[in-house]
Design a binder for this molecule. Structure first.
Ligand code: OXD
Ligand code: MN
Length: 583
């Protein structure tokens, strides 16, 4: 009898014929398999044992110095029609892309083991979850995928039941940036990635599958695959509201997902539950609400800046069973990074050389930790619920030194989609180029939407239909600065004050004032007790600058026009309506 796994077996055979590995290993996700892989990587230097007294079960990986981040300029969406990928993606014709990739893969695994990793994105028994299989020659990828996904035998069993999975083929190749490509074939549910071992390029379940391919699948199947954290806010009355929030990189997604309530809130009974810190899959339930799962099982977080002050939950999470990539180490082999502030000093930097601040920082600025979400003290028990969590509010945000107030609410869903499409962040001194330049990043999906942004906006708008009970949509800006260049809002745990206002809005309990850009709280609508905000700070954080917003909306018109002719008419009309109200 033909097996439901025939397609998978045939593909594995085809890949083996092309890449010619010395051995093929089907990953079952067991502890024994994991231990053998770790031992092998310790022996060949891929992993360095960290101090097992302070960090049990933890390891350090030093990547190739040229292979430390996602490579957007080498990332392609290969649809039959160029237009379907949109101006928001690099495009290559599928036949050309396959030929290019297959030439790179030809014989590339000779002398190496080829690992076949069946994985499930999302709880193994959730109807919202989707499966994939990654073939890789990197044992580092295998151990990371075991943390980041539900990997191994249960995933293979689900694939056998469903007979449908995303195919991901990966090889670290020669780690030569000139021979590095990350190609997506959404029409074939296929990914081919060559020449990089870095997380976002190599752990194919994450950005490649759970965002680029999944966003395509989601459009066809009527759901949303988003670059959002999911956090549960439990009120003193015992009700938990789940909030999904999209921010571009370096805007504190992991911190918000693991927020520690300010002392007064804690005493009053507020609790915060982490469901996910990076990706959110949402689908309308029978009651018309959107239900969300975190497709990932772990965190692939940025280490620098993580401290007992900025994110105590993250720090507690990475105390054991963690793979650190490109951090520094102390003389007694504890992981160390800039901003850790634990009183220790680094001995070696991320390249394994004696630390010299004049040469380079101890940790690469994009140094990462990979760790199971289950180790997070605030991990929500609902994160494993196959039905997902009902979303009360969607939050968009960016880093805006001026103009954009602390928080405002969109009037309705269509306005909210416009607010998401208008999202942007200002460049910081940390990045090359001019400081304070606005980069538009709709829904924080610029690097991750697997299809044309115009179609993506239309897909979002389509959720507003009869019977839908859609979340309220908000925009936040934690990064407003005063004349002196200092942040006006304290951020971190104090952001709960803003989330409390959102929950009050959802429950119909608190006020707001109408402005052309949306509904703004008055300072008295938020609990600001104990915060030292000057009158000028209040005016900026809660104010509405009509002239500034006029200019902002004119610039937005030009940015939306880059997605013509696919920008939905309803979105253009919404823009025109707000622009007119601005006078
Ligand atoms: C990102 C990440 O780059 O989550 O967005 O790693
Ligand atoms: Mn991300």
């Amino acid at each position: 009898m033909p097996s439901r796994l025939d397609a998978l077996n045939r593909w594995v055979d085809d890949v083996a014929r092309l890449t010619r590995p010395a051995a093929i290993h089907w990953c079952d996700g067991s502890d024994a398999e994991h231990a053998a892989l770790i031992a092998r990587m310790e022996a060949d230097g891929t992993l360095v044992r960290l101090n097992q007294a302070t960090h049990p079960g933890s390891w350090l990986h030093r990547s190739h110095p040229d292979d430390v981040a996602r490579v957007e300029h080498l990332t392609f969406v290969c649809t039959t029609e160029r237009e379907d990928a949109g101006p928001n993606n690099h495009w290559m014709a599928p036949a050309e892309a396959h030929a290019k990739m297959d030439a790179l893969f030809d014989g590339c695994m000779q002398g190496r083991t080829m690992y076949v990793i069946p994985y499930c994105m999302g709880p193994i028994d959730s109807p919202l979850s989707r499966c994939g299989v990654e073939i890789t020659d990197s044992p580092y990828v295998v151990v990371n995928m075991r943390i980041m996904t539900r990997m191994g035998a249960p995933a293979l069993a689900r694939i056998e039941r469903e007979d449908r999975f995303v195919k991901g083929l990966h090889s670290t190749g020669e780690l030569d940036p000139a021979r590095r490509f990350i190609m997506h074939f959404p029409e074939e549910l296929t990914i081919k990635s060559y020449g990089s071992g870095y997380g976002g390029n190599a752990l194919l379940g994450k950005k490649c599958h759970a965002l680029r391919i999944a966003s395509w699948q989601a459009r066809q199947e009527g759901w949303l695959a988003e670059h959002m954290l999911i956090v549960g806010i439990q009120t003193p009355q015992g009700k938990t509201h789940y909030i999904a929030a999209a921010f571009p990189s370096a805007c504190g997604k992991t911190n918000l997902a693991m927020l520690i309530p300010p002392e007064g809130y804690r005493r009053a009974g507020w609790k915060v539950w982490t469901v996910g810190d990076d990706i959110c899959w949402m689908r309308p339930g029978a009651d018309g609400r959107l239900y969300a799962i975190n497709p990932e099982a772990g965190f692939f977080g940025v280490a620098p800046g993580t401290s007992a002050k900025s994110n105590p939950n993250a720090l507690a999470t990475v105390q054991a069973n963690t793979i650190f990539t490109n951090v520094g180490v102390t003389a007694d082999n504890q992981p160390w990074w800039e901003g850790l502030d634990n009183g220790l000093t680094p001995a070696l930097d991320w390249r394994g050389e004696p630390f010299d601040p004049a040469t380079r920082p101890a940790a690469h600025p994009n140094a990462r930790f990979t760790v199971s979400a289950r180790q997070c003290p605030s991990y929500s028990p609902m994160a494993e619920d196959p039905q997902g969590v009902p979303i009360s509010a969607i939050v968009f945000g960016g880093r805006r030194a001026s103009l954009v107030p602390l928080v405002f609410q969109a009037r309705d869903w269509t306005h909210g989609v416009l607010v998401g499409a208008a999202m942007g962040s200002e460049t910081t001194a940390a990045a090359a180029g001019a400081v304070g330049v606005l980069r538009r990043d709709p829904m924080a999906m610029k690097p991750f939407s697997g299809y044309h942004f115009g179609d993506y906006f239309a897909h979002w708008l389509a959720f507003d239909r009869a019977g839908a009970q859609l979340p309220a949509i908000f925009h936040v800006n934690w990064f407003r600065k005063g004349e002196d260049g200092k942040f006006l809002w304290p951020g971190f745990g104090e952001n709960l004050r803003v989330l409390e206002w959102m929950i009050g809005r959802v429950e119909g309990l608190v006020g707001a004032v109408e402005t052309p850009i949306g509904l703004l709280p008055r300072p008295q609508d938020l609990d600001l007790a104990g915060l030292d905000l000057t009158d000028a700070a209040r005016a900026a954080l809660f104010g509405f600058d009509r002239d500034g917003w006029r200019a902002e909306f004119d610039a937005l018109a030009a940015d939306l026009a880059t997605y013509a002719p696919r920008v939905p008419e309803a979105l253009l009309q919404e823009h025109a309506r707000v622009r007119q109200a601005l006078g």
